[in-house]
Ligand binder design. Structure first.
Ligand SMILES: [Zn+2]
Length: 129
């Protein structure tokens, strides 16, 4: 097996075909950190909102829906190619939206998160829908 980011010519262990074997490098650390920060921030923002005394029932139901959306729209790691002669790369995308959702967090989760930014600090500009 080649080192991540290096290609060698050989036979595939899975299919037995001869060709270029390539182990894509992992997800960049900054992308992993950004995803972790977003998920943590959204969980804390939802919990903060629900934990306030005297909120209307709507807030609790809205938060319940947002927690469900957060569960459905978790990140998955994929390997993709961006051109015929370009090396494959590892990336994160939404399990529910796939590549249609854009880079993780997907559009749906960015929209879920957007209203919480008005009363919970730490939201980042790149998380806007
Ligand atoms: Zn999604």
């Amino acid at each position: 097996m080649p080192e991540p980011g290096q290609s060698i010519t050989g036979t595939c262990k899975s299919c037995g075909r001869y060709g270029v074997v390539y182990e894509p490098p992992g997800i960049p650390a900054d992308a992993q950190a950004s995803t972790a920060a977003f998920l943590q921030w959204l969980k804390e923002a939802i919990a903060d909102r629900v934990g306030r005394f005297g909120e209307p029932l709507f807030v609790g139901y809205r938060a319940e829906a947002d927690v469900a959306l957060l569960g459905w729209h978790q990140p998955v790691e994929i390997v993709r190619t961006t051109g015929r002669w370009r090396a494959p790369e590892a990336a994160q995308e939404c399990r529910e939206c796939g590549s249609r959702g854009g880079p993780y967090p997907c559009r749906t989760l960015r929209m879920v998160a957007a209203p919480y930014r008005f009363d919970f600090p730490g939201h980042r500009r790149e998380w806007l829908p």
